[in-house]
Design a protein. Sequence first.
Length: 379
Amino acid sequence: MIKKVFPILALAIFSSMLGVGIIVPLLPIYARDLGATGTELGLLVASYFIARTILMPFMARLSDRTGRKLFISVGLLIYAAASLGYIFANNVLHLIIVRSIQGFAGSMIVPIAMAYVGDLAPEGEEGKWMGYTNAAFFSGFGIGPILGGILSETFGMDLPFYLMGGLSLLAFLVTVPLLPNIKPDIADTKKRLPIKAVAKNRIVGGVLIYRFTMSLGIGVFTAFLPVYASENVGLSSTFIGILVGTSTFLMSFLAAPFGRIVDKINKRMVIILGNLVYLSSLASVPLAGNFLILLTVCIFRGIGGATSLPPATALMVQEGRKFGMGSAMALLTMAMNIGMSLGPIIGGLITDALNVSSVFYIVAIAVLIGTGFFAWLTK
């Protein structure tokens, strides 16, 4: 069953994350041109993830009770419509509103599609299928910046937004007729615990802390690497898109093979080692003075993320079988969203108070602390 429906779910995840990624090289520079401060830029980038975080628990619990298809379909349709809002926005407030609407739609797509995969993944193959899911997630997030940078420079700012909306509409048109609406077993659903009770589990807590601090790094990298590369290295949006896209696309390319491997080895140690590589790459960004060095740093960031994410998601799937897959995936995605929300905001405050280079050092320290907590909670 999972082999038949996974391509549809992968398309939904891919199109949603392409929409997030396609504006990575555009939005920070565009907002700066509109006069946005570092703090305003942080709020703009964070608004998508704040909206997703607020609504996600409700969507997840409802999908655990009623099935996943309706939420994924409606989310894709709203996402497609909101994509056109960027074209008509002419100040930072308008951009924040559009980003928030897309965040609302995103709360119904990625976490619920991940829960759908978790429902169907055979026992003992959680890492494999979560690796495939992370590949769809990061391929959209990775291809997006490259497309956004090239298309905006070649054809203008509007075309990437039309493409983002068109792909989401295509995913909607495929999902509605082809994705089955598999409803959870009623007896099993009654046994499932509230999200607060799930979060008290030590393994769940460790994974959530890992995902939160790692996402702080993603949020900072997404919001401030374009600023650093543009203002300190003098790179164009095309080269910035290549940097962000290379890092994220590596996570996509390596997630599937690493996911198959981690089903057979110690997931905890792989997460720790991968996160150490990841935080080292963050701390190296301010030391890079040209495109090739930044590209090398981004490659190591991709390797670190691809190493740690599949086993962390697989651990969450194993726990989700006890507590409710929708709730488990919602918690995991909420941890990501909170990290990606706070990362740009904290980064903006640090940039205004100190400089953009300091952001990467401070967040690397936060990721190191999170790795330590994960190791302690999961021992």
